[in-house]
Design a protein around this ligand. Structure first.
Ligand SMILES: [Zn+2]
Length: 200
């Protein structure tokens, strides 16, 4: 339940779920209140973009949008830019009776999935279809193959032999978890065969 509420996007939904959590597990809620502020462990109240990632996606998105226009003479290019600037990039998307406001320029949606995960939500995908913007340009560059390759571009050295490890570090003593040993054989879930089903 803790993991579930930590991943909620909208603050009001989080508040309701956290109240329920507090009723069911008052000691755990008290521990969390004492230990960390909400912006440290909840998605809904984290004031920064997750992991504080900054991207140049806005510029790249416009660049990709002007791929063909860039080949035009200067006056025609300015005309295209003017048209693009006057084009509305905000949409009201209706989703099974719910409304979501998407801003493709700032890459935000009131459902908050687009803002936080940096991948277009269903509403942004619908809006991008109308605005004729490639959805891949709306994703963070950190999801690109290039970024993934760069993550692994450094050499990863093997761990040295244990007797070469530094001796002056006080490692904490890590004990195995306390587990109650059950008496008797383990209960097994048996899936009845088709024959047994048909007899019933
Ligand atoms: Zn959305």
């Amino acid at each position: 339940m803790f993991l579930h509420i930590a991943k909620i996007y909208k603050p009001f939904e989080f508040d309701n779920a956290y109240n329920e959590f507090r009723n069911r597990y008052p000691e755990a809620a008290h521990f969390l209140d004492e230990r960390d502020s909400l912006d440290r462990w909840t998605r809904a109240y984290c004031s920064k973009t997750r992991y504080n990632i900054m991207t140049t996606n806005g510029v790249e998105s416009i660049n990709a949008r002007l791929l063909e226009e860039r080949k035009l003479p200067i006056i025609a290019l300015l005309d295209s830019l003017q048209k693009l600037a006057s084009c509305r990039l905000e949409f009201d998307v209706r989703d099974r009776g719910h409304s979501a406001i998407v801003d493709l320029e700032s890459k935000r949606c009131t459902c908050r999935v687009f803002d936080i995960d940096r991948i277009p939500c269903a509403h942004a995908i619908a809006a991008s279809w109308l605005a004729k913007i490639d959805i891949y340009d709306l994703c963070s560059e950190y999801y690109s193959t290039m970024s993934w390759c760069m993550d692994y571009s450094e050499t990863v050295y093997p761990v040295p032999e244990e007797n070469e490890w530094p001796r002056n570090i006080n490692f904490p003593l890590v004990l195995p978890p306390l587990v109650k040993k059950r008496v008797g054989r383990r209960k097994q879930n048996r899936i009845p065969s088709i024959d047994e089903f048909s007899k019933k």
